[in-house]
Design a protein around this ligand. Structure first.
Ligand code: SF4
Length: 443
């Protein structure tokens, strides 16, 4: 029978040293009970704890860390469907470059500098794959070195030969980069290179049974820092294989397939590439390597990824505070809305587009939208007034005009009672009507 968090805590050192990333041993024990952590993350776990908890404490999909300067996790998932709890570690997006590309420097700069802002989060490319194109090993090594130095990202090696992979691995020591295309024939040598340089392996085989043998061989040798690279040849086969592996890991606790995955996408057609990448993001892909740097494709894939990997139980929120829109002064009006990220970014965007300078007050509403927060008693007149006073709004402005969303016009009286001397204006219901409201009513 699975142990509870409290039972597991009794087996931990109880020093609360935080080295596992949790604030207390109890918090770490709770994660172990939920299979969201690995006992090996506690460096002080006793032999007794290891023998009692053993494999049962491991998450069904083993988490690994990719990259050192900007580390990201792959695996660690505990559910098959996002709505059952949440997906934890998002699909990493990598871009492939060829070692003989005459525009390599410019492409690496594009990859390094790519930034996408969505609901307050800055999204970037996670890794770069370097593919050897031709026989020139020295050129490949130079490209690997340049990629690591220019981007600071994890490098995925497609070396084309064991000797080139070993030489390139030495250049990436301590970066948590990935040696890809590792086959049964060079498994032992690649494991040695990975252990020596602190890298991961992406293991591959012509069929899933052979891949399972490789996975079990590595595990028996005490090496688990790897991901699975399925050798599938069509989109339906990839889709099916990803699902079979993840179901086996989570439903049947089948350890040999309980690892993250890596997939190189190269269909020769940008639309098909995008469809394959979408399949990876929605169906359990660990690292998805795109064949080219295409900002338009990245926008859609990263936005989709953000949606899939957002915790459905925790709305994305912005920090409760008073935000300046434009260059507000003491005569500027105050707008109020909730701290649900989507609401905040839509309202702030419309205010910016209108050209007005104002203050945007965002009280704590537990990430709920306007009507939901009002229904839950988190966006009442007294709640907003209390927040504005705590933020010392009266020391910031003389204008004493506050605009509330049209959907909660019913709180205007309560807000005026709690904010003596202020004029409460009921704004439009839809943010898209803010510009007209500002032109026609506020000015
Ligand atoms: S590293 Fe171990 S001892 Fe330290 S807080 Fe985590 S569980 Fe407790």
């Amino acid at each position: 029978m699975a142990l509870s968090g409290l039972q597991i805590q009794k087996l931990l050192p109880k020093t609360n040293c935080k080295e596992c990333g949790s604030n207390t041993c109890l918090a770490f024990a709770m994660k172990l009970a939920a299979k969201k952590a690995d006992l090996n993350e506690c460096p002080y776990a006793s032999e007794e704890a290891k023998s009692v908890l053993g494999a049962d404490s491991e998450p069904p999909v083993r988490p690994v860390t990719v990259g050192a300067a900007k580390p990201a996790r792959v695996g660690g998932e505990t559910v098959l469907y996002r709505h059952e709890k949440t997906f934890i570690n998002q699909t990493l997006i990598a871009i492939d470059v060829l070692d003989d590309d005459p525009d390599l420097t410019a492409k690496l700069a594009d990859i390094r500098d790519y930034r996408l802002e969505r609901v307050g989060e800055i999204l970037t490319v996670n890794a770069v794959s370097v593919t050897r194109h031709g026989a020139d090993e020295a050129r490949f090594l130079q490209a690997v070195k340049q990629t690591a130095e220019m981007t600071g990202l994890a490098v995925i090696l497609r070396a084309g030969s064991t000797s080139a992979a070993i030489a390139a691995a030495a250049l990436l020591k301590g970066t948590n980069s990935v040696i890809a295309d590792v086959q049964a024939e060079n498994l032992a040598e690649m494991r040695g290179a990975a252990v020596e340089n602190g890298l991961l392996l992406a293991i591959t085989a012509p069929d899933i049974d052979s891949l399972i043998v490789m996975s079990e061989t590595l595990k028996a040798d005490g090496f688990t820092n790897f991901v699975l690279q399925f050798d599938t040849r069509s989109l339906p086969e990839t889709y099916q294989t990803n699902i079979i592996a993840r179901r086996a890991a989570i439903r049947d606790n089948y350890k040999a397939l309980g690892y993250g995955t890596l997939r190189f996408i190269r269909t020769g057609n940008a639309m098909d590439d995008t469809v394959e990448a979408i399949t990876e993001i929605t169906k359990y892909g660990g690292i998805c390597v795109l064949p080219t740097f295409d900002p338009a494709q990245l926008v859609s894939l990263m936005t989709l990824r953000l949606n899939i990997y957002t915790d459905p139980q925790k709305p994305i929120q912005v920090e409760p505070k008073i935000y300046a829109i434009g260059e507000p002064d003491r005569n500027s009006p105050v707008f109020v809305t909730t701290n649900f990220s989507l609401t905040y970014f839509i309202v702030s965007g419309e205010l910016e587009n209108s050209g007005i300078s104002c203050w945007l007050a965002i009280p704590e509403c537990e990430g709920m939208s306007v009507l939901t927060a009002w229904a839950a008693g988190k966006f009442s007149g007294s709640h907003i007034a209390k927040f504005l006073k705590e933020m010392k709004i009266e020391e910031m402005v003389d204008s004493r005009r506050v605009v509330i969303p049209g959907y909660v016009s019913q709180i205007s009286g309560e807000l005026e009672e709690n904010l003596p001397g202020w004029t409460v204006l009921v704004g439009p219901q839809e943010a898209s009507d803010l510009e007209a409201f500002i032109k026609n009513i506020l000015k």
